[in-house]
Design a protein around this ligand. Structure first.
Ligand SMILES: *[C@@H]1O[C@H](CO)[C@@H](O)[C@H](O)[C@H]1NC(C)=O
Ligand SMILES: *[C@@H]1O[C@H](CO)[C@@H](O)[C@H](O)[C@H]1NC(C)=O
Ligand SMILES: *[C@@H]1O[C@H](CO)[C@@H](O)[C@H](O)[C@H]1NC(C)=O
Ligand SMILES: *[C@@H]1O[C@H](CO)[C@@H](O)[C@H](O)[C@H]1NC(C)=O
Ligand SMILES: *[C@@H]1O[C@H](CO)[C@@H](O)[C@H](O)[C@H]1NC(C)=O
Length: 796
């Protein structure tokens, strides 16, 4: 395998460094009788400046595509093609005959595959123009045929779309045959994006429209890079992309990508003066619709990502399979996902109810897939109903409403607004009936970024490289997996080159924080519309193996909860190990609690509950349990709506977390560390509950657990003082000048009691994070806690 990899990379390097073929003719006009033969990628006619070329490109090993492409960039991005549905064999020929016909014949079958249907005869020459337009013209230079009039999936500056013009998405990134989406200026003047009843071309669902029936006339891509719909009188009816970046400095194109998104892309030219700040790759400036996952909602068809899938919009369109499912075809993600386990038996004699369990997915909905709906029921009732029903593949639950949904699931998507909980029903391992086993772990091809709007161009060449790389990575992973039987890896994290992060952080300039094992910097992803990120540079690692690093990354990447800080990507280059997180604009909980202005009681309660929910997710609801091991206010961040987000989870295994160093434990006080750490006892999720208990007191009282300068010695350690106050029924002493909390004294007392339960010495007395959450939510009674300080001496 190593050999194969090395070989493939040499091959890539060769491809990248070979100068592009020189056999191209650069004279302006192509006379009658000229022809090109598909042999390798060297058969083409270039435009006078060499920017564009017309000719053959080999598509993988499948055959040759007659196409027009950007010829001065390594990707050689295709902007037009003649025979996407019918690739031709090696040796095929396109010729401009003596009588002015322009046609493509397949060498394998001898058949005519394509012909330029110029209305009148009289063609005297052809020309590849510098605009990217290929024309057939008569002796007076009147164009009789133009590639600009027959667009495929792309338009270029200077190109217009008239009524009845349509762009058709290709099938996949590397398959140029017709796909599932149309961008069409209707004869009535309305400009639409719609899905088709693939493989037919008939319209299924319109997912974007300008609503300009009766007035829309032309779509114009003008030379300063604006794309808009005009009326007959040339007034602008709808601006599609108002970017106005110069065509001198940037190559531009607008493509209906195979995922159904229409994107305006730019790429710096080598001569462009102001192009210095741009990445040498196609970057998307703007796109429609804003979030395709939410806009495609159809009664029939799979939605944006295909049957049984989940669509998530985040930088690009991300298609995912639910847990227990995997892609039918990794090369054709929009085909959807299949179950990796045997469906539940409908036999009344063996209902198999206890052979299945639920994987909970926050904010994940499959609208329009339900076959049954129940109202005024509990979530537990909903789960039982789905378990007992062999047709039920997932249940969705929200506000005492329960929907049961069967396969195939439609329109799957992450919908952060609607707040629905998705419950995916999966067969337990070892509960299979019949041969072949139940839940197959063999392959987890369950996530793929379909089209990153940032880096992934869609030229054949780049995609070929991309596909090759994905193939190599994936096959390498499976190879490794066979050897070490690690949990499966999911590739839904962005990989960053060190250089990219160095640039994003301006040379690691603005430090956000520093801990025992890492330094955090603020960064701005230039290629991603200036999105702010936090880049965490790890200084010390326990596990040096790349594989283990990736496995941890994978476990973290599979988490998704509103009370966790989302990991966006990572860098693992030489000795550089870095993690890229979303940026949290309101800093840490420590700054918030112990800063100048005290947050209000309501906010503090919400934060306490949010953290508990995040812990519950880490401990019980994500695919493999994650114990945080370092819960403290410094590790809780607040987003722009002051929602609490747990950070740094999943790192405990990865880092040299010498616990006595990472806390501010002082002699004679209790820090956030549970006693197990000092007693050689097993470390379980209860250590996080302990730390949470200490932190809960800090949240309630807005003071640190240990304050040396406390007026009264009894008040130095908050945990002790709080118990004293509670026991003497004087919890009001804990807070001064906090009227809101005083009015809510019952709840204040309850929170103190919950905290006391959390910091019990005996881990088995502490609540689980589930019980903790229920107590905070008020769905579980809180009984009288024993005195936790009875063990103070034992931990010193
Ligand atoms: C659209 O109409 C213009 C004239 O307004 C013409 O030059 C152009 O070729 C037409 N394009 C298409 C795609 O029909
Ligand atoms: C492209 O996809 C179509 C539709 O699934 C398929 O029929 C065709 O064989 C594919 N072409 C290539 C070159 O893979
Ligand atoms: C141009 O046409 C549009 C739509 O038909 C109309 O709303 C607008 O008033 C017209 N503008 C001018 C300047 O005639
Ligand atoms: C292109 O359109 C934009 C938006 O209407 C306009 O500001 C710009 O001047 C136009 N450029 C040219 C060269 O017409
Ligand atoms: C395009 O953007 C410019 C400034 O960026 C603005 O002045 C102009 O009004 C915009 N045009 C349209 C049609 O939105």
């Amino acid at each position: 395998m190593a050999f194969e990899l090395a070989y493939a990379f040499c091959f890539l390097l060769l491809l990248l460094h070979l100068p592009f073929p020189t056999t191209a003719q650069t004279n302006k006009n192509i006379p009658l009788g000229s022809s090109l033969t598909a042999l390798d990628n060297s058969a083409f006619w270039a435009s006078p400046s060499g920017e564009f070329a017309f000719g053959f490109q080999e598509i993988g090993r499948n055959g040759f595509l007659l196409a027009i492409w950007f010829n001065k960039i390594p990707e050689r991005t295709i902007v037009w093609s003649a025979n996407g549905n019918n690739l031709v064999a090696k040796g095929s020929k396109v010729e401009l005959t003596a009588d002015g016909q322009f046609r493509l014949n397949d060498a394998a079958t001898g058949k005519q595959i394509w012909v330029a249907d110029s209305a009148s005869t009289g063609v005297s020459y052809a020309a590849m123009l510098d605009t990217g337009n290929f024309v057939l013209a008569n002796p007076s230079s009147i164009n009789l045929w133009e590639s600009f009039d027959q667009p495929t999936d792309t338009i270029l500056p200077f190109q217009t779309l008239n009524q009845t013009s349509t762009l058709l998405a290709r099938y996949t990134a590397t398959n140029y045959s017709k796909g599932r989406f149309h961008f069409a200026l209707q004869p009535d003047g309305d400009l639409l994006l719609y899905t088709t009843h693939f493989p037919l071309d008939s319209a299924n669902t319109i997912y974007w429209s300008t609503d300009t029936t009766g007035s829309g006339y032309q779509v114009i891509f003008n030379q300063s890079g604006s794309i808009y719909l005009t009326a007959r009188n040339r007034s602008i009816l709808h601006m599609i992309s108002n970017s106005t970046v110069s065509t001198q400095d940037l190559y531009q194109r607008a493509t209906l990508d195979y995922d159904g998104v229409f994107r305006h892309y730019v790429y710096p030219t080598s001569t462009g003066s102001s192009a210095a700040g741009w990445l040498k790759a196609w970057t998307s400036l703007s796109f429609i619709p804003p979030n395709i996952c939410m806009t495609i909602l159809q009664e029939k068809g799979g939605g944006a990502c295909g049957y049984n899938s989940i669509c998530r919009h985040d930088q690009g369109t991300i298609c995912q399979c639910p847990p227990g499912y995997s892609f039918i075809n990794l090369d054709d993600v929009l085909k959807g996902c299949k179950k990796n386990f045997i469906s539940q038996s409908c036999d009344a004699a063996s209902p198999e109810t206890d052979h299945f369990y639920f994987q909970e997915m926050q904010n994940t909905d499959w609208p329009k897939s339900e076959y049954e709906k129940f109202e005024v029921v509990t979530e537990d009732w909903c789960r039982q109903a789905c378990l007992a029903d062999c047709f039920c593949a997932v249940a969705n639950f929200r506000n005492s409403q329960c929907w049961l949904k069967g396969s195939p699931l439609l329109n799957g998507r992450v919908d952060p607004i609607n707040g629905v909980t998705g419950l995916v029903k999966i067969r337990k391992e070892n509960s299979a009936m019949g041969p072949g086993g139940g839940y197959s772990k063999k392959k987890d091809n369950s996530t793929l970024i379909v089209v990153g709007s940032v880096l992934l161009g869609s030229s054949g060449f780049l995609n070929f490289l991309l596909l090759l790389t994905i193939y190599l990575v994936v096959s390498r992973i499976y190879y490794r997996k066979a050897k070490v039987s690690q949990p499966y890896l999911v590739m839904n994290l962005k990989y960053f080159a060190y250089e990219e992060l160095e640039e994003a952080t301006n040379g690691f300039k603005e430090q956000l924080g520093h801990g025992g094992f890492a330094t955090v910097f603020k960064g701005v992803l230039g290629a991603d519309k200036g999105k702010c990120v936090a880049v965490k540079r790890l200084d010390s690692m326990v596990k040096e193996s790349e594989w283990e690093f990736k496995a941890e990354m994978s476990a973290i990447s599979k988490t998704n909860h509103r009370n966790l800080v989302q990991l966006l990507g990572y860098c693992n280059e030489g000795e550089h190990r870095m993690l890229v997180y979303e940026f949290m604009s309101n800093g840490s909980l420590a700054g918030f609690l112990f800063g100048e202005s005290r947050p209000n009681w309501y906010q503090r309660r919400e934060i306490a509950l949010g953290i508990a929910r995040g812990l519950l997710y880490l401990h019980e609801e994500c695919s493999s349990q994650i114990i945080h091991c370092d819960i403290k206010p410094q590790n809780i961040l607040l987003d722009n709506s002051f929602t609490a987000r747990i950070s740094d989870f999943g790192l405990a295994k990865l880092l040299k977390m010498d616990q006595t160093h990472t806390t501010t434990r002082m002699r004679g006080t209790r820090g956030y560390l549970a006693p197990e750490w000092f007693k050689n006892m097993p470390i379980t999720g209860k250590v996080d509950v302990y730390s949470y208990g200490i932190m809960l007191l800090e949240i309630i009282c807005c003071r640190r657990n240990f304050e040396e300068e406390a007026e009264d010695e009894d008040q130095m350690v908050l945990a002790d003082w709080a118990y004293d106050c509670y026991e003497q029924k004087k919890v009001h002493l804990l807070l001064q000048n906090d009227d809101e909390a005083m009015e809510d004294i019952k709840k204040l007392e309850k929170y103190v009691m919950i905290a006391m339960w959390c910091i019990q010495e005996d881990p088995s007395l502490r609540p689980t994070s589930k019980k903790l959450t229920m107590m905070l939510e008020g769905t579980m009674e809180v009984s009288i806690p024993p005195d936790p300080s009875s063990f103070t001496s034992s931990i010193q």
